[in-house]
Design a protein around this ligand. Sequence first.
Ligand code: NAD
Length: 341
Amino acid sequence: MRKTTAVLVGCGGISNAWLNSETVKKKVDVVGLVDLNPAAAEAKKEKHGLIKAVTGSDLDAILRQAKPDVVFDCTVPEAHCPTTLTALKHGCHVFGEKPMSDTMPNARRMAAAAQKAGKTYAVMQNRRYLKGIRALRRFLDSGALGKLVAVHSDFFIGAHFGGFRDVMEHVLLLDMAIHSFDQARFIIGADAERVYSHEWTPRHSWYKHGPSAAAIFEMTDGVVYTYQGSWCAEGCPTTWECSWRLIGERGTILWQGGDDFRCELVDGDKGFTRPIKQKTIPIICPKALAGGHNSAIACFLDAIRKGTAPETVCTDNIKSLAMVHSAVKSAETGKRVTITL
Ligand SMILES: NC(=O)c1ccc[n+]([C@@H]2O[C@H](COP(=O)([O-])OP(=O)(O)OC[C@H]3O[C@@H](n4cnc5c(N)ncnc54)[C@H](O)[C@@H]3O)[C@@H](O)[C@H]2O)c1
């Protein structure tokens, strides 16, 4: 089968996760590398031995020359919209890093442009492609917990990145919480309708704006989802997947990320607190869905080959992004916000 040809834009830190993935190595010919800083594109070409790749800082010119099937967008959030619009104009499918965009109007513009071009634009949500979350979803589908009524997630990591995040507005909500909110939609199988949130910059913060936040979402189906997190909390970290508490009609699941589950189901109808029994969550997940970036890229390539919609196609992923931007709006206004697309 002919390999898919791709131009990768944005040759910074995360592009290594794309270029190092087995899927890209086996199934993709990287024919171009673009970065505002051409030396970064050259360095990436050298590092990954991409001898066929033309490099430069002008995406339009590189796309005219390389004519790829797809563009991988690994630029910073403000550049996702112009990069995607340019790629679609050249008739390319686009798979771009999270978050879909820096603003909702830009996200809508991107989704409309993909529809008009008849091309697929999807967003990297690699935290859906992990063994634990797939096993959890499978267990919830079994019905053992009953219907979910409330889901809570904690995210606390003292992360010292340097770079664009240090000066970005709403850094936790825009750059990290998108993962957790998208995971929440995936776990609960519902979308968010309203949110109330609060965002702050602690006294000792090494970020300029908003490394800490808390949000309460009202989801469809009456489920309440709460999030609290910080990128500016030293010590006792959670995992990057968050620490989750899921409450269903018949019991509770704690998930600390990875394979770390505890589940207790009610086992009787007498007593102040009812008797409970421990339940093991089987860690079952097809290998193809357990590889983070690697699996997400493989699923995207498979979908464009078959002409189907990938799981994180822009028209779905915009619902996760709307949770982020509505939480930002609520934090800014101090009001509960109705979430619209
Ligand atoms: N999925 C994940 O787990 C994950 C992890 C880290 C970062 N990310 C996302 O990946 C994106 C990039 O993050 P990073 O950590 O690699 O940042 P980075 O700063 O290390 O790299 C970004 C690169 O993009 C280049 N760039 C910026 N604007 C551009 C433009 N208009 N055209 C071409 N190049 C441009 C910069 O020069 C830089 O080299 C962000 O959206 C970030 O949120 C995702």
